[in-house]
Write a protein that binds this ligand. Structure first.
Ligand code: SF4
Ligand code: SF4
Length: 497
């Protein structure tokens, strides 16, 4: 176990303590030149970086009216102060959303407002210095861009956008984060975050076919690069190997099999995740997403279905149309794109799937809403579908379901603590502490309702929770993929054999 104390679990709402600089030592590894340059960023801190950072800030503000409004309109009402899981878990006042915003806002004021230029000391304006840059690096890598604070801000100020802008500025002067930039580089080169080449992927999928045949006696296929398939499945690469993610992939395959549809994975675009969003880089966001468009066109599919990945669903649902659209080559009778939960829910509604719910009777399940699904997308054709549909899928396959406290679910959900490019072991202390509010809500339903498992539809949430729940004395196998639960309960009829 690491060299820090796991926070004690406290009742929510938690009265936050102020302990200055408790996380000032937290520094995620910086990207070396070999991880910077393939993404189009300088390899190291450039000459005259102060002016270049200020110029980049001006450029971003001039391109984004929203960013300018966010920087101009905070009235310091304090409504956001106790809404960030990192503040609640660390007590560091710089992890209050308003304080985090002010790290960037103070520089914006200094160079881009009249008062900041003339009387900087009166308006909290600061020069762009190395200390400021270091502080940005520390605290903008303690924001998972979960957007919870924006739900409670009367002006809707979105700290995630400010955090993305700060990271974009830092990348532009040669001060990027190793974890995110290395992953994006792998995706550009090989097609997925893991750097898993096509032959290894094919091997993995063949192994899964054998496993499912052994388990069910049914020939469930895991097709790769099948031209003319109806559906292209875009899923996080964690689904190809890690627990509990892989159980989800098996669940998707069983659902596709039961539905009698043809589908395929692409070895060229074998990744749903797009970490470029976390670093605020539009160019990389576009380049990564274009692989998916190209794969869909090359394979000649009619539909794209997205697996259980939170931020990937945000990118797909909210950005794909303008980022890599139009999708006029896909079948307009189906949602473009469609979430795997929507796909399964639709079949459940039609009575097209058979389940034995008792297969999950060893569990009392709760559901963790993932930030990017909850606050930055929708699912299905109903308001709040992103909350209803995953829960309805779980209830269709489990007899025992319990929701956590409403202050911690749906739009108000707490981040898992590992989102936004922070799922790296060099930030483990932050991840464990940032998970505290979710762990508190989980503890409540464990004690009051006998909850034994927590399901999620995000690869980052699942990876983060399996790592951090042992710090809170829970077993890592309590974390489930929603489609892992589906996989357990679905019954493939003899006609499917
Ligand atoms: S976006 Fe999330 S992580 Fe970032 S400051 Fe707001 S609540 Fe905290
Ligand atoms: S809630 Fe909004 S306006 Fe109030 S302090 Fe926070 S960011 Fe500023």
């Amino acid at each position: 176990m690491a060299n820090f104390e796991t926070p004690a679990l406290r009742e929510y709402p938690i009265i936050p303590l102020l302990r200055a600089d408790t996380m000032a030592h937290s520094k995620t590894f910086a990207a070396k030149p070999e991880f910077q340059t393939p993404l189009g960023f300088p390899g190291e801190l450039v000459e005259n970086w102060e002016q270049k950072a200020v110029d980049k800030l001006g450029e971003l503000v001039s391109q984004s009216r929203a960013l300018q409004v966010f920087l101009d309109s905070c009235v310091k009402c304090g409504a956001c102060t106790d809404k960030c899981h990192y503040y609640l878990g660390t007590d560091d006042p710089k992890n209050m959303p308003v304080a985090r915003q002010d790290l960037l806002r103070s520089v914006y004021r200094r160079y881009y407002t009249f008062a900041g230029k003339v009387v900087p000391w009166l308006v909290g304006a600061r020069d762009m210095t190395k200390d400021v840059l270091d502080e940005w690096y520390t605290y903008f890598h303690q924001c998972s861009q979960c957007r919870r604070c924006s739900v409670f801000c009367p002006y809707g100020i979105d700290t995630a956008e400010i955090s993305m802008a700060a990271r974009e500025i830092m990348d532009s002067v040669g001060m990027g984060q190793r974890y995110s930039n290395e992953i994006i580089g792998k995706l550009h080169k090989i097609g997925n975050n893991l750097g898993l080449p096509a032959p290894a992927l094919a091997n993995t999928l063949e192994g899964l076919e054998e496993d499912v045949k052994d388990e069910t006696g049914v020939d469930v296929k895991f097709p790769l690069d099948v031209k003319g398939a109806d559906i292209l499945l875009i899923t996080p690469s964690a689904d190809f190997f890690a627990e509990p993610h892989i159980d989800g992939l098996i669940g998707y395959a069983k659902v596709f099999h039961a539905a009698g549809v043809s589908w395929t994975i692409s070895s060229y675009a074998s990744e749903a995740a797009n970490f470029s969003m976390f670093i605020g880089s539009h160019d990389n966001l576009h380049k990564v997403a274009m692989r998916i468009r190209k794969a869909a066109k090359d394979l000649g599919v009619k539909r794209i279905v997205v697996g259980e990945c939170g931020h990937a669903w945000r990118v797909a649902y909210s950005f794909w149309n303008t980022l890599i659209g139009p999708f006029d080559f896909l079948d307009p009778r189906y949602p473009i794109p469609q979430h795997i939960c929507e796909f399964t829910y639709d079949l459940i509604q039609k009575g097209a799937l058979t389940f034995d719910k008792s297969a999950n009777d060893d569990k009392v399940v709760t559901f963790h809403d993932s930030c990017n699904v909850a606050r930055a997308s929708r699912m299905g054709d109903m308001p709040g579908g992103q909350f209803v549909i995953p829960r309805e899928v779980i209830k269709a396959v489990c007899n025992n379901f319990v929701d956590m406290s409403p202050e911690t679910t749906q739009e108000a959900t707490f981040c898992c603590g590992g989102g936004g490019g922070l799922l790296t072991d060099d930030l483990l202390e932050l991840r464990v502490k940032g998970a505290m509010p979710r762990m508190q809500a989980l503890k409540q339903v464990v004690e009051e309702n006998g909850v034994t498992h927590m399901a999620a539809i995000c690869a980052i949430c699942k990876a983060q929770f399996t790592k951090v729940v042992p710090y809170y004395k829970y077993q890592m196998d309590m974390i489930q993929s929603v489609h892992g639960l589906v996989s357990k309960a679905i019954r493939l009829t003899p006609a499917d054999k």
